[in-house]
Design a protein around this ligand. Sequence first.
Ligand SMILES: NC(=O)c1ccc[n+]([C@@H]2O[C@H](COP(=O)([O-])OP(=O)(O)OC[C@H]3O[C@@H](n4cnc5c(N)ncnc54)[C@H](OP(=O)(O)O)[C@@H]3O)[C@@H](O)[C@H]2O)c1
Length: 333
Amino acid sequence: MTKNRVVRLKNRPVGLVTRDDFEIGDEELPELHDGQILVKSQFISLDPAMRGWLNDSKSYVEPVAIGDVMRSYSAGIVEASRHPKFSVGDAVTGMFGVQQYAIVDGREALRVDASQAPLERWIGGLGMPGMTAYFGLLDIGTPIEGETLVVSAASGAVGSIVGQIGKNMGLRVVGIAGGPEKCSYIVDELGFDAAIDYKADNLNEALKEHCPDGVDIYFENVGGDITDTVFNHMNLGGRVPVCGMISVYNATKAPPGLRNVRSILVNRLRVQGFIIFDFAKRYGEAVKALGQWHADGKLTMREDVRDGGVDAFPDVLNMLYSGENNGKLILRL
Ligand SMILES: NC(=O)c1ccc[n+]([C@@H]2O[C@H](COP(=O)([O-])OP(=O)(O)OC[C@H]3O[C@@H](n4cnc5c(N)ncnc54)[C@H](OP(=O)(O)O)[C@@H]3O)[C@@H](O)[C@H]2O)c1
């Protein structure tokens, strides 16, 4: 009988997750029923939102219940199938959870072409983070050629794609990232026009220098002080796709709110939150466009793949909040 190594939520974390917040152990795999597939996961996606899924508060999805398998996007290979559309050996992605094996309804899995790109990329730039960048920038940011785009967490899974799509759309693109390595990566390798190291530079002065015509689109990934400062530079009619606010995901008391609301008023900003699920009916469109840019050499994607199996999940997740990841953070099983 195949053993499954599984990560279940034991108690709700306070601040950063710890190993003690999870029960990690071996379990028997149940039998496969009609319509189901057995997937052996090879890669688990680490996403900043995972921390929010552990809080018992109103959100866009139900929290992970105590005792449930930790929710995650994963990529793997079908090992057994009782679904007519899947065969053994198919590469698939889906919300398979932080576990070695998953038995899921075939309707919950998406077949991907592992000959077009490495399997892990289908949970990165060609998967959920890439699609988030695509819809967030194009639909919510509504870019016009020649405008200036500022994106935070700019070297990460979502931000790096946002900036490159921005360049493909003819925008001036300025990225905000932590540290010299990430800043040179986005300019030298991804083609951003400028980078600002928010840990070393004076953000306000740097925005003045690198955005001489002001900011038309601010793609928001981090929240906190960075947002207030960028709002000082927004142009009339600017757009702010609110994608995430990683700086507050581990807060143990209510973080200070946005102070620069005045900028929304005087500049008539459109500040709009979105969740990738809002675009579920159009995922195919995004995957096609991202795949084409990627094939044409107009979209570079970088994964940061860590080893350690499911047991390493809590420690690897925390790398997102310390900025230790360089690109899309993935756990290899
Ligand atoms: N709306 C949606 O549907 C959706 C979907 C996917 C992701 N998101 C959001 O998109 C954002 C980026 O996610 P991702 O998956 O692409 O992660 P990522 O950018 O690959 O990794 C997270 C990065 O955030 C930065 N960061 C961490 N703490 C920070 C802080 N206190 N202040 C400023 N920057 C900080 C770090 O980069 P530095 O070293 O540069 O600080 C870190 O590497 C997150 O807010 C996430 O929740 C939203």
